[in-house]
Design a protein around this ligand. Structure first.
Ligand code: 13P
Length: 257
């Protein structure tokens, strides 16, 4: 049984003060949601604040939105895995479509980051997903397969198993247009089949695949009841601690069944 994982990708939002107040409210709202793994992914500047506010809580972890693959050196503006580890970061979102599109990140770049993250014992949340044009041209499987194979190249089975994959159809991000549960399940099942080809079936069955793209409290549960949807990567709705808590509680209710 795969433990559901629900992550809050804050993107370029939240000052330190806002982050601290978010965690305060979230902890009050959430109560006991131990059956779900929760990850908060602040901008770099608020990571330390969130880690401090969470203290020793085990089921809520901190993530980062990006990292560089080199260990140190003349890379102005970049952040290394060790710098993240120092702030108690456990997950790192890699290959998000916003970075692929706005900053030109290729599968090769994402692959370097994924490998460097594993070397430093950070778990990547690897984002893959097609654009609307690619979907309309019947290229969903080709795009997902290329992104997965490129980003996971050279990884061992253990590392692949410890990677979380996030299926984020680009046309559903920030648009209010969620993929239907059937569309999402179909893509997730394809991702799992591809992971079985890249690694093996046993490994693929252990990998958690999150759905991301306009996840809200009122659609999260239906999406997460699908057999291959193991959680959510939430953008906009994760900025409000109450709506994020509702999404986590939706996942917790499914875990109890
Ligand atoms: P929205 O939930 O705002 O659509 O963003 C999804 C996303 O990109 C999460 O990484």
């Amino acid at each position: 049984m795969r433990k559901k994982i629900v992550a809050a990708n804050w993107k370029m939002n939240m000052t330190q003060a806002e982050a601290a107040s978010f965690v305060d409210t979230l902890l009050r709202e959430l109560g006991d949601a131990n059956d779900v793994e929760v990850v908060i992914v602040p901008p770099f500047t608020a990571i330390a604040k969130v880690s401090e506010a969470l203290g020793a809580l085990e089921n809520i972890k901190v993530g980062a939105q990006n990292m560089y693959w080199e260990k140190s050196g003349a890379f102005t503006g970049e952040i290394s895995a060790a710098m993240l580890r120092e702030l108690f970061v456990r997950y790192v979102v890699l290959g998000h479509s916003e970075r692929r599109m706005l900053l030109g990140e290729t599968d090769e770049i994402v692959n370097r980051k994924v490998r460097a993250a594993h070397e430093a014992s950070l778990h990547p949340i690897l984002c893959v997903g097609e654009t609307l044009e690619q979907r309309e041209n019947g290229r969903v499987e080709e795009v997902l397969s290329t992104q997965l194979r490129g980003s996971l190249a050279g990884l061992g089975v253990k590392e692949i198993q410890e990677t979380v994959v996030a299926y984020e159809p680009v046309w559903a991000i920030g648009t209010g247009k969620t993929a239907s549960a059937e569309q999402a399940q179909e893509a997730h099942a394809f991702i799992r089949r591809t992971l079985a080809e890249i690694a093996d079936e046993g490994t693929s069955n252990k990998i958690r695949i999150q759905y991301g793209g306009s996840v809200k409290p009122d659609n999260a549960r239906t999406l997460m009841t699908q057999p291959d949807i193991d959680g959510a990567l939430v953008g906009g709705a994760s900025l409000d601690p109450r709506s994020f808590a509702q999404i986590v509680q939706g996942a917790a209710a499914l875990a109890e069944k």
